[in-house]
Design a protein around this ligand. Structure first.
Ligand SMILES: Nc1ncnc2c1ncn2[C@@H]1O[C@H](COP(=O)(O)OP(=O)(O)OP(=O)(O)O)[C@@H](O)[C@H]1O
Ligand SMILES: *[C@@H]1O[C@H](CO)[C@@H](O)[C@H](O)[C@H]1NC(C)=O
Ligand SMILES: *[C@@H]1O[C@H](CO)[C@@H](O)[C@H](O)[C@H]1NC(C)=O
Ligand SMILES: *[C@@H]1O[C@H](CO)[C@@H](O)[C@H](O)[C@H]1NC(C)=O
Ligand SMILES: [Mg+2]
Length: 423
């Protein structure tokens, strides 16, 4: 017999339920004791009844604090308050143009399309986006995808949006109202099931926000390249949502990615045609030298390191601050040079065999950006794609329909390896 178990359960219930428990226990205990004089049975029955009363009370409390209305109200409040952006640390380079551009993206005068913000790995996208939000985050929720498994992406996004799945009562009627059959949702696999549930509530809240404030709220999802790495299906679902939200002028969705490599391809997908692609680029060489000086690098090394290795790429500048403590600019460049030479040899075999138009195209790329059509025609689509891959990092795509070489040191290495001379 499991008599002690039900008696133990109410005792462990949360504090706010204690008074009700004691009241019910006392009342029933007294009534039953009059009829049957076995204390043991009284306790068992009383505990059993008390458990039921507690279950009912808990259901009522859930209905009060966790009804769909309350869940949505919490999400709405999150948008209205906006995400809290921490202050910046260390030496900070002000980028007024990039920040102003991003502020335009975050608060569009007219919502026509969703936005994809691209920029090379470590060029300062996240920092610039946070700079743009920090001044006034009202109406903006910022979420960054971490190293979590794709199956957990919607759950973590839900956390940033203050959405609680298990506290929301989804009914067949709820789905019918939104043009979806219940079984479509219940039969879906994760993470798509969670994504559908979250996105439906997100739409409702976006509608509430717009009605109340007269303009759409903004949702920023940073590092979506992390989602794409595990297969594009979830990212495509998010893009479809972003596109639909823009079509209905409901919610301004901004996706941030370092993966420009498959952008030309993604642009062909239907959801991508509606995206506005903007770029966060490198800082200027002058800003980069200034940055190194502020981080304790001497002037001569700073100028050469920027000109020959890093240009205005933050991720390279940060590693230079560290490496220049015990290596020369030449030594650091040589390491990069060997990497680039190896990558090109794996693609081409003997570099001396590279001939026009491929070699001449590379040499033109060493001098500056080239139109995508010219590069793709000269190199062929297959080769262009390989050169764009993030593990090769020879070419970089830019939304102004150009390609450049990936970074300053790649430009210098390619020019040397292919004997390009300025003419
Ligand atoms: N304006 C800035 N001033 C000073 N440091 C910066 C600035 N922007 C970026 N950094 C530094 O450069 C590094 C990369 O920046 P950030 O993470 O913003 O780049 P990202 O483009 O988002 O990178 P990823 O492609 O990995 O997402 C960080 O260490 C960051 O602190
Ligand atoms: C922040 O932006 C909101 C919405 O665009 C606006 O209503 C509000 O006045 C701004 N607040 C500040 C302090 O500028
Ligand atoms: C570049 O020039 C060097 C010697 O001047 C030669 O050995 C090398 O093969 C040349 N490389 C290419 C790609 O033409
Ligand atoms: C396109 O963008 C790249 C990278 O920001 C830049 O270097 C290039 O000058 C731009 N080209 C044109 C034609 O605008
Ligand atoms: Mg980032």
């Amino acid at each position: 017999m499991s008599a002690p178990a039900p008696a133990a359960a109410p005792a462990a219930a949360p504090d706010q339920q204690q008074p009700a428990f004691r009241g019910v226990f006392g009342f029933i205990g007294g009534a039953v004791a009059k009829a049957i004089s076995t204390t043991f049975i009284v306790l068992v029955v009383a505990a059993f009844v008390a458990q039921h009363v507690l279950d009912d009370k808990k259901t009522i409390m859930d209905a009060k604090t966790h009804s769909p209305e309350v869940v949505l109200a919490r999400m709405l409040a999150r948008f209205e308050a906006g995400s809290v952006i921490p202050p910046f640390e260390k030496y900070h380079v002000n980028r007024p143009e990039a920040v102003a551009m991003l502020q335009g993206v975050l608060r569009p005068a007219l919502l026509k399309d969703y936005t994809v913000v691209i920029g090379e790995v470590g060029c300062g996208k996240t920092t610039a986006v946070l700079d743009a939000i920090r001044a006034n985050s009202t109406g903006i929720v910022y979420h960054i995808v971490g190293a979590e498994l794709p199956v957990d992406v919607p759950k973590r996004l839900a956390g940033s949006l203050a959405f609680a799945f298990n506290q929301f009562t989804f009914t067949a009627g709820y789905f019918k109202d939104r043009g979806i059959e219940l079984h479509e949702v219940t039969s879906a696999e994760e993470p798509f099931k969670s994504w559908v549930l979250l996105s439906l509530s997100l739409r409702d809240v976006a509608q509430q926000f717009k009605t109340k404030h007269g303009h759409p709220a903004t949702l920023v999802i940073d590092a979506v390249d992390q989602i794409a790495q595990q297969g594009p299906a979830l990212l495509h679902a998010i893009q479809d949502f972003a596109k639909a939200a823009a079509d209905e002028q409901l919610l301004n969705v901004v996706l941030v990615t370092c993966d420009g490599s498959n952008l030309p391809e993604l642009k062909a997908s239907s959801a991508m045609t509606r995206a506005r692609v903007v770029e966060v680029s490198d800082i200027t060489d002058e800003q980069a030298v200034d940055f190194l000086l502020h981080r304790g690098v001497n002037e001569d090394a700073a100028k050469r390191a920027v000109a020959e290795i890093a240009g205005g790429r933050f991720v390279l500048l940060n590693s230079l601050v560290f490496e220049l403590q015990f290596k020369t600019v030449e030594q650091i460049f040589l390491k990069f040079h060997i990497g680039t030479r190896g990558a090109l040899r794996r693609l081409f075999g003997d570099l001396a065999q590279i001939s026009p138009p491929v070699s001449s195209t590379f040499c033109r790329l060493c001098r500056g950006a080239q139109h995508v059509d010219d590069v793709e025609e000269a190199l062929g689509l297959d080769l262009t794609k390989k050169l764009l891959a993030t593990n090769i990092n020879i070419l970089a795509y830019h939304p102004n329909k150009t390609y450049t070489l990936h970074s300053r040191h790649v430009q210098r290495s390619v020019a040397a390896l292919l004997n390009c001379t300025r003419s």
